[in-house]
Design a protein around this ligand. Structure first.
Ligand code: DC
Length: 227
């Protein structure tokens, strides 16, 4: 294929966006851009600075101090914050809460817009997040909105946290998932809502391979119709 492809994947946390996006990237030879990692890096910086993530002015004051870069290696995307590779450090439960809170701040979204638009502009990308089909790549060739029930998403997240050695109960994880859904989709700015032309995949009853084959079927059909 000689035209550059853009695929947007949005959906709530734990719906399996990153797993799906990575597999699509591998299948179709695209770059996988994980935009949540950028919000997580801002969350990490705010946490380290002892800032209150819900106070806009405190977070806005930190932004000029931050230099963020995305690098693509054989291991996938790396997030570089002021020269430090923070890719592993941004995956903890507390950074997750910071990330969700700072992502509702307009200056944070504006700060992260340019880097995301630049990646989108390069094309041959599959990008996942909350506002990819609506704000970052409204011109994407294919927009998928991945969903799963809150209980299913909480269960997956619980298993991930257990594997990482975090001490949590499934109940706590479900409460956190529901809280984050409310915050991410109820916020005023760039709420996590599907684009009008998004195609929904509910993977509550699908495993990773089934989700991938469903997505590839949709993408293949969409691209055939476009070309
Ligand atoms: O996808 P994730 O769980 O790593 O994202 C972390 C947080 O960042 C999530 O709570 C919502 C926010 N986010 C966002 O607001 N817009 C994006 N495009 C990606 C993530």
């Amino acid at each position: 294929m000689n035209q550059k492809i853009k695929i947007a994947i949005d959906g709530p946390s734990g719906s399996g966006k990153s797993t799906l996006a990575k597999r699509i990237a591998r299948e179709l030879g695209l770059v996988y851009v994980d935009t949540g990692a950028l919000y997580r890096a801002v969350g990490l910086y705010a946490k380290r600075a002892g800032a209150d993530p819900s106070i806009n002015s405190q977070i806005a004051a930190l932004l000029p101090q931050m230099q963020l870069e995305l690098r693509y290696t054989e291991d996938g995307q790396r997030v570089i914050l002021n020269g430090e590779d923070v890719s592993g450090l941004i995956r903890t439960s507390d950074v997750t809460v910071y990330a969700s809170t700072v992502s509702a701040i307009p200056s944070v979204r504006k700060f992260l817009l340019e880097i995301q638009k630049r990646m989108a502009g390069e094309g041959n990308v599959v990008m996942d997040g909350r506002d990819i089909g609506t704000v970052i790549m409204p011109d994407a060739d294919v927009k998928l909105f991945l969903e799963a029930s809150p209980a299913k998403r909480a269960h997956r997240r619980y298993l991930e946290l257990l594997a990482k050695g975090e001490q949590v109960t499934e109940q706590e994880v479900l409460a956190a998932v529901m809280q984050r859904d409310k915050a991410d989709s109820g916020r005023e700015i760039a709420p996590a809502v599907p684009a009008e032309d998004a195609i929904f995949i509910d993977n509550s009853q699908l495993d990773e391979a089934q989700t991938l084959s469903k997505a590839l079927e949709i993408i293949g059909e969409k691209l055939r119709r476009l070309r």
